[in-house]
Design a protein around this ligand. Structure first.
Ligand code: AMP
Length: 126
């Protein structure tokens, strides 16, 4: 199954201003906003403004400027949430679901940043 970029996906609609979002940070290339169904006390999504389907699409096809901007914003979110381990804070988890096996729901690349409680092991291997 090919997961093509769908310009009607919910994050594309957020970027066009067609539906509201709870913005945390915005730059020329990147938007960070709160997840509508938070799975931890802090749950922020970081998305590029460009039309990239998933992690590898973004890494392979985005410009260096977009890639740097995206990761700077992600780092700034960690600082805003006050969870940076290197500053003695309790940490967080980033997740990028991709495609069918990754259980990706929205076909616009996004990085989840989850924090605010112990998050358990990465995967339930049972
Ligand atoms: P994924 O399964 O990785 O594709 O995650 C998609 C995420 O988008 C889920 O955590 C949803 O709760 C979140 N989501 C869906 N619609 C919205 C919305 N309108 N605003 C904020 N987050 C949303």
């Amino acid at each position: 199954m090919v997961m093509a970029y769908d310009p009607q996906n919910i994050f594309a609609r957020i970027l066009r201003g067609e539906i509201p979002n709870n913005t945390v940070l915005e730059t020329e290339h990147t938007l960070a906003f709160r997840d509508i169904r938070p799975q931890a006390p802090e749950h922020v999504l970081v998305i590029p403004k460009g039309a990239y389907v998933c992690f590898d699409d973004f890494c392979l096809n985005a410009s260096a400027e977009e890639i740097v901007d995206f990761h700077r914003v992600a780092g700034q979110i960690c600082a805003l949430l006050d969870v940076q381990p290197e500053a003695g804070k309790p940490g967080y988890r980033t997740i990028a679901n991709a495609g069918e096996h990754g259980a990706q729901e929205v076909p616009h690349y996004h990085l989840h940043i989850l924090a605010g409680r112990p998050l358990g092991r990465m995967l339930d291997l049972a």
